[in-house]
Design a protein around this ligand. Structure first.
Ligand code: AMP
Ligand code: ZN
Length: 455
């Protein structure tokens, strides 16, 4: 069965054909490391982790390479260094440590390569030299700029013409640019800014060149898949393509381009001023387990905007608890459901894959459930700690409340029932009563110590 992916470059779903099935290569733009990753930054991590897992499943673990960079040279990092009095290296090392830990908590596999931009400065300088030699870049007032007019296909990825871009741009027209859309490959640094010696003086790279240089150095001039968030389509990815294709040939760089849509919170764009801006660590510290967060991400297709809501997290928790209970005796299973693979093969349809998992759970097929969920990075043994903390047999409490209700129906005195209900609710349980059934659901604030009197 083939994998189909929606290739933004050609604006259609296409059968994925690797250049070399023994060396499938995927590059994804990673974070700028000056602060904790927010929950939007984690979306591409989870999305491309699924693609990585699917490719490994199809082509074999040793035949797939995944690179995700760290942007560790950037003016936001410089600002943080100045405001905190700490060194740039200290800040970027600490942030990379946080990032690795937080993304591992979401069950993301570590990519094969996690290059840091500052380790590829000489490769960037080399590429800039080649661009100047081929007439695609020029130096002007200690800067080097990419000449967008020299590259005919500029705008191909985002579907815009250079004239439209100029009309819509609010960029300041710098005196050293020939065309307002020309972008910086190299810029001068003063003594307080990080910098390296180059043919154009002491300076540092512009943002875009790092991904072109790192991808080329790790994967060669042509590779299979390039990904990132939709916000990177323009200008970052457009500029990466222009640099790489102008330098190495029109047909070079990535064959397939994928972008995840953005994440918002409770229906609103995440922003510090709205108070709905969280880091992944904030959610983990609040008691949302990494597995629950991952499940919520997977329930929306990557190409659609995704809404983080507490309600979705609560529902995810109930489902995962059920699935973990059902599969608790299964040690190792390789019975992956064809239905789940088919859903993922269809442009990573994770929400359809989850629907399939619900069906498998309903049939009580624990072995297939475990292996198939694991393909999505769920139900892994090392991620189950959060459930064990709460392995609490609720059936005795359900029986108790049923008893008390029966009594109340006869005596018409509901005070004991009301008291019991409020005790359960204050222990973090959701009490659902229907005519012939009582169901207790563990909420996120569940505290079993408050229930000791009832057991
Ligand atoms: P940055 O550190 O801002 O360069 O972002 C790192 C990655 O997170 C990039 O792939 C971005 O496209 C992605 N990203 C940033 N904000 C969001 C968001 N709200 N939703 C989804 N992806 C995002
Ligand atoms: Zn990039």
């Amino acid at each position: 069965m083939t994998i189909k992916l929606y290739n933004i470059k050609n604006r259609k779903k296409e059968v994925f054909k690797p250049i070399d099935a023994k060396n499938v290569r995927m590059y994804v733009c990673g974070p700028t490391v000056y602060d904790r990753a927010h929950i939007g930054n984690a979306r591409p991590v989870v999305v491309f982790d699924i693609l990585y897992r699917l490719l490994r499943h199809k082509y074999g673990v040793t035949f797939v390479s995944y690179a995700r960079n760290f942007t560790d040279v950037d003016d936001k990092i410089n600002v943080k260094a100045i405001s905190t009095g700490r060194s740039i290296r200290e800040i970027t090392d600490e942030t990379i440590g946080w990032y690795n830990k937080d993304m591992a908590a979401l069950g993301a596999l570590e990519p094969n390569y996690t290059p840091r931009a500052t380790e590829y400065i000489s490769e960037m300088i080399e590429m800039i030299k080649e661009l100047i030699k081929k007439g695609h870049a020029y130096s002007s007032k200690d800067h080097v700029l990419f000449d967008v007019n020299s590259y005919e296909a500029y705008g191909m990825l985002s579907g815009r013409s250079v004239d439209d871009m100029i009309a819509g741009a609010r960029v300041e027209v710098a005196p050293y640019k020939r065309n307002p859309m020309d972008f910086v490959l190299w810029k001068p640094s003063n003594n307080e800014q990080p910098g390296w010696e180059s043919p154009w003086g002491f300076g540092r790279p512009g943002w875009h060149i790092e991904c072109s240089a790192m991808a080329r150095s790790l994967f060669g001039e042509k590779f299979d898949i390039h990904g990132g968030g939709l916000d990177l389509q323009f200008p970052h990815h457009e500029n990466e393509i222009a640099q790489s294709c102008a330098c190495c040939g029109q047909d070079s760089f990535a064959n397939v381009w994928l972008h995840n849509e953005m994440l918002q919170v409770e229906g609103k764009k995440m922003s510090k001023s709205l108070g709905n801006f969280f880091s992944v660590r904030d959610l983990l510290d609040e008691g949302f387990s990494g597995e629950v967060i991952r499940f919520v991400y997977l329930s929306t297709h990557y190409s659609k905007p995704m809404d983080w809501t507490v309600k979705k997290a609560q529902e995810a928790e109930v489902t995962l608890r059920k699935w973990r209970k059902l599969t608790k005796d299964i040690q190792d299973s390789k019975l992956i459901s064809e239905e789940v693979i088919e859903a993922l093969n269809d442009d990573l349809n994770t929400s359809k894959a989850i629907t399939a998992l619900h069906g498998i759970a309903k049939r009580g097929d624990a072995k297939t459930l475990k292996a198939s969920a694991q393909l999505l990075g769920l139900l892994n043994n090392q991620m189950g700690g959060w459930v064990e903390e709460n392995t609490f047999d609720l059936s005795a409490l359900e029986a108790l409340i049923l008893d008390v209700r029966d009594k109340a129906m006869k005596t018409k005195d509901f005070s004991e029932l009301d008291n019991l209900k409020s005790s359960f609710i204050s222990a973090g349980l959701d009490v659902q009563m229907s005519k012939d059934r009582i169901k207790l659901i563990v909420g996120l604030q569940f505290d079993s110590s408050k229930l000791e009197d009832f057991l």
